[in-house]
Structures are given as C-alpha cells and as structure tokens.
Design a protein around this ligand. Structure first.
Ligand code: FAD
Length: 422
C-alpha cells in the first residue's frame, strides 16, 4: 500500500495495471472505519492489484477533476480506465471484495480466499448496534475500564444520524442536527477507547457462546453481549415497493427529501414519523399527498395542526397503497379507498413510506424471549432470558421509543454489567 500525491497520479494510476485508489480525509469517521479494511485487503490482493491512498484535502484539484465529492471514495482502475463501480460512505469490506474479485481471474480469487486466516479477538463485552443505546452503553463500559467492542453493520449513529433535527434531547437549547448529535455521541465513546468495528457484515451471532463473526473471518468473543440493534422501517408489502426502493421510494426524508425540490411526492402513513417527516419534506416538495389508512392522523396534536395548516399538504384518509408502478420519471401509486373499494392512481415524482418499524432481531437465533410484536423482553437491568445477554433501546419491548429512553437503557445495562464483571 502506498500514499501518492496528485502529480504521481498519471504514473501510478493511468500508466497501466490494476489499481484501487482511496481518496481519504482527516477527521472523517468513515475513512477511519475503512482504513483497517483497506490495509488488510492490500495484503491479500496486493500482488495483483496496486493499493494507493491519496489525501483528498491536499489534492483537491485532482479530486474535483475526477468528480470525487466525498471521503472516503474508492476508485478502481484497469489499464488506465475506471473499471468497477465507485464506493463511498460507510464502505463494507464485502463491497470492496466484490469489486476486487471482478478485476482478477476466478483462479486468483480462489487462491486469495484460501489464504484468508481466521482471526479471533477477545473482549469483555460486545455491543451489537451503535445507535444511541449502544453508544451510551459503550461510553459507560469504557469509563468503567471494561474492554468493549462496538459492532455495527452501518456507520455509527443509528436512526439519529438520519433525523434532520432533534429538539427534545436534553442539554441543547437549540434543535440539533441529528447527524451532529449522533456524531458527537459516537466520538465521545470512541475517544474514551471503545474499539469500533463498523460498516461490517455480521456473519453469525452465537448468543449462548457470546461469539460474533464479522466479515466472515473475524471472530469476536466476550463475556457479555448487549443487543442494541434498533428497528428498521416496515414495508407496505404492495407490489413494486421492493423493486423501487432507492429508485423513487424512500424511507428516509433527511436522506432524500432534497432530491424533490419543487416536485410532487406521496407520503404513506399518518403517525408521528409520517407527520414530522412530511413537515420536513414540505420544505422541498411543491405538493405532498399523504395516504393514511384511518379517518384521522395519529400523530401528536401540535405536529398535526402544523402540517394540516400547510397549503402544500393534502391527506387522503381511509386509503391504503395497493401497488407502485414506475412510468418514465414518475411513480404511480395505486391506492384503494377503504370505504368504496375504488382504486385511485396518484402520479408523483417520489414516494416516502413511514408506517412504523420492526425490531432488528434476524441473526440472533430463536432462543430470545420476545413479546407478541417481536421485541426482546428484558428485566429492569436490561437482561434478556439468555444468561449474559442484555438488550437496550428500540429493539426491546417497551412503550416509548426515544433517544432518551435508548440512552437510559444503555446506561442501565452498562452499570449492571460493570457490577457483574467487577
Ligand atoms: C425519522 C425518525 C425521527 C426520530 N426523531 C426523534 C426525535 O426527534 N427525538 C427522539 O428522542 N427520538 C427520535 N426518534 C427515535 C430515535 O431515533 C430512536 O428511539 C433511537 O435512535 C433508538 O436508538 P437505538 O440505539 O435503540 O437504535 P437505532 O438508533 O435504531 O440504532 C441501531 C443500530 O444498530 C445497527 N444494527 C442493526 N442491525 C444490526 C446487526 N445485526 N448487527 C450490528 N448492528 C446492527 C444499525 O445499523 C443502527 O446503527 C426518531 C426516529 C425516526 C426513525
């Protein structure tokens, strides 16, 4: 692996051979998360593919010329031409491997795979999920000098990182940008000394043995596990939804509302998330049609009143989506009037779906005791029914799912574990 500057770009990258080039920046958590994966892969693939790094902030002109807009960005070259799809943001090891494998022969891939040595590392506690619940547990454990590893399939922050504004987290007079609040939580825990393994593939979880395998080859062992995996948005299940996910159908206003300036959108849902997120989308879109299954919105009164006073917003009560169809640049949402059974076609530029969440418990096996909605049951110290396994935050069975409640759960689990391990 080698660091280059822009004047060496032609010689090192364009003059031939296979190259992967990492545009990184300083003070960039996703770059920090990528660095050990990039280095590890350079040892495996280095005989066939040249691994180069370039500091984006000091080579900005080249970055602009190559249209590199964020750090980290990985570019792949074969004989001077860009060869594979660029990767950026929270890059997983498996995504890089897929690109690298596509650049070399099948035989080479087989040889490289046979050289991968399993790695085992031991900790006191493994935390699965780096949202507010997991991050707070990590902070308390770290401050109690307990050797902890934080594992997340994405970058740290959980739902907060994609919430546009948080106005109810104590300690801040002004509303905070969600990504900043989650960034600060994550940095506080990381600076304390908690080990981070983020943007990884969680391959296997054995709760009884307290083992987690990540990226297929690395086994983490611990005395305790905290499950803090949160929730994922529910799907409507209507035909076309899965196919159009990310291609016009979104579950995250903070991430995607900006693409709908002066455009028309459909929002499915009528609870707190749907109403609050529609209020945000209305800053961009020219018109919002909300589709809600009941005869009134179920969000809190204040948020409802604000939204309904917005002339851009129109609500179709007692309707449910039945199909999503792409026609050119438009999405047709077929909705059924639950009273008349009549189907209405709504033409829009995009659709946002906010119809609740489900717990992230896949991979955790079938031994955990759950409530009837699939959330993990815990006692008052956040212990689950499996010895040494705790659960915190939105993934547990509880009434109120908020940042403050997740943070409280994380605190309780960490203190209980610290006492047990003392
Ligand atoms: C749109 C929206 C707006 C919101 N606004 C507010 C608000 O203004 N105020 C407020 O208090 N609350 C708000 N909430 C609720 C709040 O965000 C959640 O209650 C809180 O984030 C829960 O924290 P958590 O740590 O339990 O889970 P999450 O934040 O969901 O984090 C879970 C983490 O686990 C990771 N993960 C998932 N599966 C695995 C796996 N198998 N292995 C490893 N990691 C995994 C995920 O990548 C994620 O990083 C909002 C929620 C949404 C969706």
């Amino acid at each position: 692996m080698k660091e280059i500057v822009s004047t060496e770009f032609d010689k090192e990258v364009l003059s031939g051979g296979k190259v992967v080039l990492d545009f990184y920046s300083s003070e960039c958590p996703p770059c920090e998360a990528l660095a050990p994966k990039f280095e590890g892969l350079s040892k495996l693939y280095g005989d066939d593919i040249k691994f180069l790094k370039i500091f984006r902030q000091q080579n900005r002109e080249l970055a602009d010329k190559l249209s590199v807009k964020s750090s980290p960005t990985l570019l792949f070259f074969d004989n001077g031409k860009e060869a594979a799809q660029r990767l950026s943001g929270g890059i997983r090891r498996s995504d890089i491997v897929t690109q690298l494998d596509s650049m070399i022969t099948h035989e080479k891939v087989k040889t490289i795979k046979s050289q991968i040595k399993p790695v085992v590392s031991e900790y006191d506690v493994i935390i699965l999920g780096a949202g507010p619940g997991g991050l707070t547990a990590g902070l308390y454990l770290c401050q109690a000098k307990i050797n902890t590893v934080m594992v997340d399939i994405a970058l740290p922050g959980g739902h907060v990182s994609t919430t546009h504004e948080v106005s109810n987290y104590p300690g801040f007079i002004e509303p905070q940008a969600g990504y900043m609040l989650s960034h600060n939580m994550s940095e506080q825990t990381k600076l304390c000394g908690t080990v981070y393994k983020v943007a990884v593939d969680v391959t296997r979880v054995d709760l009884a043995k307290k083992e987690v395998v990540i990226d297929e080859f690395e086994t983490l062992k611990a005395k305790r596990i905290i499950i803090a995996t949160g929730t994922s948005p529910n799907l409507t299940g209507a035909p076309g939804e899965r196919e159009l996910k990310g291609k016009g159908i979104s579950y995250c206003a903070t991430c995607d509302a900006k693409y709908f300036v002066d455009k028309e959108v459909v929002v499915i849902g009528g609870g707190n998330s749907a109403v609050e997120e529609s209020d945000f989308i209305a800053k961009f879109a020219s018109r919002i049609t909300m589709v809600h299954q009941f005869d009134k919105l179920t969000a809190n009164k204040q948020a409802q009143e604000k939204l309904l006073a917005n002339p851009k917003v129109n609500v179709l009560f007692e309707h449910e989506p039945r199909a999503f169809i792409k026609e050119g640049d438009k999405i047709i949402t077929e909705v059924e009037n639950l009273k008349t059974r009549q189907i209405v076609k709504l033409v829009s530029d995009g659709v946002f779906i906010f119809i609740g969440f489900q717990s992230n418990i896949n991979l955790l096996g079938d031994k955990l005791e759950l409530d009837k909605w699939g959330y993990i049951k815990t006692d008052e110290d956040m212990r689950t029914n499996i010895s040494g396994v705790y659960a915190v935050g939105d993934v547990i069975s509880k009434k109120y799912r908020q940042i403050t409640t997740a943070v409280a759960d994380g605190t309780i689990a960490a203190i209980a574990i610290a006492k047990e391990l003392d």
